[in-house]
Design a protein around this ligand. Structure first.
Ligand code: IDP
Ligand code: MG
Length: 136
């Protein structure tokens, strides 16, 4: 049975700053994703805190929110069969050091905090995150 899903992808400040957004978008397209919605924005610290609220108890939460709001980001809704898992696979492990060959984070990630992309981790969060950026 087909299971076309939508997921939220963010090209984070470290990648936009290095002008990697075109190459990263090409990786999504060549892996069969459709970019349904897209915008380049800069968010404020408070918005970043809201977006990453699930991590509010983590020691890296403040730095993470400062970082996500530090420069322009490209936010996209991606669509594909099983898009949520497919995007997590294409992104690679959170720490680029552990990411497999051919993944976005292996190719472009600098460190665990500057890991170039965000992707939703469940259907429930994909809906919340797409609404956060595109239906608010
Ligand atoms: P994910 O982006 O692979 O889903 P999460 O565990 O949801 O990873 O963490 C969200 C973001 O927080 C990561 O992408 C990374 O930028 C940052 N992060 C995660 N763990 C650490 C850490 O141990 N130190 C610093 N930053 C971290
Ligand atoms: Mg996550």
């Amino acid at each position: 049975m087909s299971n076309i899903e939508r997921t939220l992808s963010i090209i984070k400040p470290d990648a936009v700053e290095r002008n990697l957004d075109g190459q990263i978008k090409d990786m999504f397209l060549s892996n069969g994703f459709t970019i349904v919605q897209e915008k380049k924005i800069k968010i404020g610290k408070l918005e970043a805190e809201k977006f990453y609220k699930v991590h509010e108890t983590k020691p890296f939460y403040n730095d993470l929110c400062t970082y996500l709001s530090s420069g322009p980001i490209v936010v996209m809704t991606l669509e594909k069969e099983n898009a949520i898992l497919a995007n997590r696979e294409l992104m690679g492990s959170t720490n680029p050091k552990d990411a497999k060959e051919g993944t976005i984070r292996k190719k472009f990630g600098i460190s665990i905090d500057k890991n170039s992309v965000h992707g939703s981790d469940s259907p429930e969060n994909a809906k919340i995150e797409i609404d956060f950026f595109f239906n608010s």
